[in-house]
Design a binder for this molecule. Structure first.
Ligand code: SME
Length: 163
């Protein structure tokens, strides 16, 4: 049975301090992305893939992630990742099969949430991508919580994830 958002909120609330303690004093963005992905993946059983794509010119290139092997390069304006990156806003897809632009790395994936990561100048540095095997696994509330996580772990001007 799907948990309520308040149950989910508690899971997020308990997981963030663990992540912050894991990366305390560590400023290497790869270390931060790897820890973020692993912690979120293992805390959230509705997540089947969790990781980062980093902007490299006109492409998004896969960074640290947890889950099945994924597409390594995505054109900047393609897919769910490209939609969030090019609009600079989270993209929540309740049913990936109904989203024409979806790039299927795992045929079992059913829904997806992608959140942009910004640099100091407001440029997109990359995205956080979450997949789920459940339909409609993500809401605007998940996007809001994880946007705050990103702003905490990758402060603009503090930790740049772009290569
Ligand atoms: N589905 C994504 C591609 C990346 S994977 O989900 C890991 C997209 O449409 O951009």
């Amino acid at each position: 049975m799907k948990e309520s958002f308040s149950q989910r909120s508690r899971i997020y609330h308990e997981a963030l301090p663990k992540l912050l303690s894991l990366i305390d004093g560590e400023w290497d963005p790869v270390l931060r992305m790897a820890s973020f992905s692993s912690l979120l993946f293992h805390a959230c059983e509705w997540v089947s893939w969790c990781g980062f794509y980093r902007r490299e010119g006109r492409e998004l290139v896969v960074g640290p992630y947890v889950g099945k092997p994924a597409c390594v390069r995505i054109p900047f304006n393609r897919g769910v990742c490209g939609d969030a990156a090019s609009r600079g806003k989270p993209c929540i897809v309740s049913d990936v099969h109904a989203f024409d632009e979806h790039i299927a790395c795992d045929p079992e994936s059913r829904s997806e949430l992608v959140i942009p990561v910004f640099g100091l100048d407001g440029e997109i540095e990359g995205v956080l991508d979450l997949d789920s095997m459940e339909l409609a696994a993500f809401s605007a509330e998940d996007a809001a919580v994880l946007t705050q996580w990103i702003e905490t772990v990758f402060p603009r001007g503090g930790v740049a994830i772009r290569k």
